[in-house]
Design a protein around this ligand. Structure first.
Ligand code: 2RA
Length: 330
């Protein structure tokens, strides 16, 4: 088993390496791949020095699996080349997510749909993954009519340069390089990714469209407001979900507690609720503040937090890769 990590020098790339090690993912050879400017760079990993190679060399090496986190344009150009060489690509970018011929996979929900013929598999957007994972057991039990979500997203979702902007502002540096159109430290930006003609941002449209695709249900109404906040540990989401049938709050807690990958943290009397600072570096999705929306029938309010670089990116991708291996799909 030869596995390639494409974009190995980025924030998500290094998280993928950590998760592969923590999950004890078995391989014979690991290829660390990056763009031309990082080729030749040495990376210490699991007591070994790896030299970063370029994309063409990685295609020629014919790995069984390539986990991509190198941005949409790299994926569009290179994922098909890997696929043609027989490699199965698990792609973290948005390039293939809404392509009807590609599967959009959260393993706990829809990995069963994967087959040997899926050579490019899309990893959903981070803010979508944590929401759908927490909603899935409730969807199965009560059916979902409508979701209203507002997010509070970590700067790590933008990448290292955004973390640098925030930390430079915090340190009081004059004129730090700006990734966002405004200051991010001590601020909140109701703006993630590019504004669309309908007034929503691309991030908001990803949450809307990807949710329907993962649940294979276009009848679910979804609306989203996505917001960047000056934090690093993970993304938080206030979710208001209207079910088709009425629910019992204790049953909701039991269903969520029994869901692999979901942890309920809901003890307001003792100030226990999910937070990015406690979700940081964890693979699970944390759910709390569970309460009935008293303004509308069959409607629940919940607070969902996950490390966006873990379940929102690296962990989900590594779980897809593990599923492919376990089920002999590569
Ligand atoms: C963000 N969803 O947080 C993005 C990263 N994929 O900006």
């Amino acid at each position: 088993m030869k596995i390639a990590v494409v974009g190995a020098t980025g924030l998500v790339g290094s998280e993928i390496l950590e998760v592969l090690e923590e999950h004890n993912f078995q391989y014979d050879e690991l290829l660390l791949v990056a763009s031309e400017r990082s080729v030749g760079k040495q990376i210490e990993y699991k007591g070994k020095t790896h030299t970063v190679i370029g994309l063409a060399d990685a295609v020629a090496a014919k790995p069984e699996i390539a986990i991509f986190s190198a941005g949409g344009s790299t994926s569009l150009e290179w994922a098909p080349k890997f696929a043609e060489a027989g490699t199965t690509v698990v792609d973290n970018s948005s390039a293939w997510r809404m392509d009807p011929s590609k599967k959009l996979v959260v393993p706990e929900i829809n990995a069963k749909e994967l087959s040997q013929t899926d050579k490019i598999i899309a990893n959903p957007n981070c803010s979508t993954i944590q929401m759908v994972l927490a909603l899935e057991p409730l969807r199965q039990r009560y059916g979902i009519k409508r979701i209203v979500v507002s997010t509070y997203q970590s700067v790590t979702g933008t990448g290292k340069a955004a973390v640098d902007q925030m930390m430079a502002e915090r340190a009081g540096e004059e004129n730090p390089p700006m990734v966002y159109p405004h200051k991010i430290d001590m601020n909140v930006l109701p703006h993630i990714d590019v504004f669309q003609p309908n007034g929503y941002t691309k991030e908001e449209m990803k949450m809307i469209n990807e949710t329907k695709k993962i649940f294979s249900d276009d009848s679910i109404a979804v609306t989203a407001t996505t917001v960047r906040i000056p934090t690093m540990g993970g993304h938080s989401e206030a979710v208001n979900v209207e079910f088709k049938e009425d629910f019992d709050l204790d049953e909701v807690k039991d269903l969520l507690s029994a869901t692999p990958g979901v942890v309920v943290q809901d003890d307001p009397a003792n100030f226990v609720y999910p937070m990015p600072i406690t979700a940081h570096k964890k693979d699970e999705v944390f759910v709390g503040r569970l309460r009935r929306d008293e303004s509308q029938a069959n409607t629940l309010n919940m607070w969902i937090v996950a490390d966006n670089l873990r379940k929102g990116a690296a962990t989900n991708a590594v779980q897809i890769a593990a599923y492919l291996v376990e089920n002999k799909l590569v």
